[in-house]
Design a protein around this ligand. Sequence first.
Ligand code: FAD
Length: 284
Amino acid sequence: MIPPAFDYARPTSLDEALRVLADGGEDAKVLAGGQSLLPLLRLRLAFPELVVDVGRVPGLRGVREDGDTLVIGAMTTHHEVVRDPLVRRHAGLLAAVTRTVADPAVRHRGTFGGSLAHADPAADLPAAVLAMDGELVVAGPGGRRTVPAREFFVNYLETVLEPDELLVEVRVPKADGWGFHYEKFQRVAQSYAIVGVAALVRRDNGRIAEARIGLVNMGATPLRATAAEQALADCDDAPAVARAAQSATDGTQPPRDTSGSPEYRAHLAQVLTRRAVLTAAGMG
Ligand code: FAD
């Protein structure tokens, strides 16, 4: 289908982008890689009067270190995240998760920040950033604010971002020494997850000292499986991990759609949590 008519702006600085967004108010929409926004426009599910293309705003792309933190620019593409040596070394979970997003064409256009700002609970990256205890840096007319990933996702396709704000970068603590694994259950290769589980595990003396689990498509937002995380502490063998993984569904509200019922998704979440944790812990 043909998108509805809209005005188009392509700012060349962050200040200009924020000014244009402020002028556009509720009727403006940021365009990053366009891999989610353009389908919404073409299906006439979104009707912005102004599309603000931030592709030429400098400083929003790339990965850098800041002490114990990795800083990933919002406009860094999925392809760049997968290949980045700093991400591979210090945040292997992000590389593993991003590698499963869609196909090479989408990964070359779609952006890290776009995926988080879009806040689709079926997307892979939001749950991974949640599991990594990431923080999102948002620029707006009043300056910058930093939002923990746990507070960023509000509801289905809804975040704390205001219409005049731009997600500029994502900060994730380096996960050196943590094992990681992503289990994505999908019916068709290169599609969205029916359920996904992103796991980070730190072991000490053969026992799980700490586990962090991000759940994909188990509610209106990406979720942390906090009950399972607590139950996993001190587990030292596969049966104990399997028992703890049963709590992965606590507090979730999995959706019903053509890919599966809530009950089916709950079963998947428990199985995938067990597999992801065992692999991340090297106990599989
Ligand atoms: P855009 O489409 O440009 O924007 C998406 C939304 O976020 C818009 O509302 C926009 O205004 C807002 N936005 C974007 N950037 C910012 C910013 N910096 N600040 C504020 N707001 C912003 N994703 C998965 O996770 N897993 C998959 O398996 C998967 N499969 C896909 C298959 C296909 C065929 C397609 C087309 C997409 C798929 N995606 C998948 C989505 C893909 O990852 C997109 O790249 C991502 O959801 C959006 O990123 P984008 O840069 O394209 O954002």
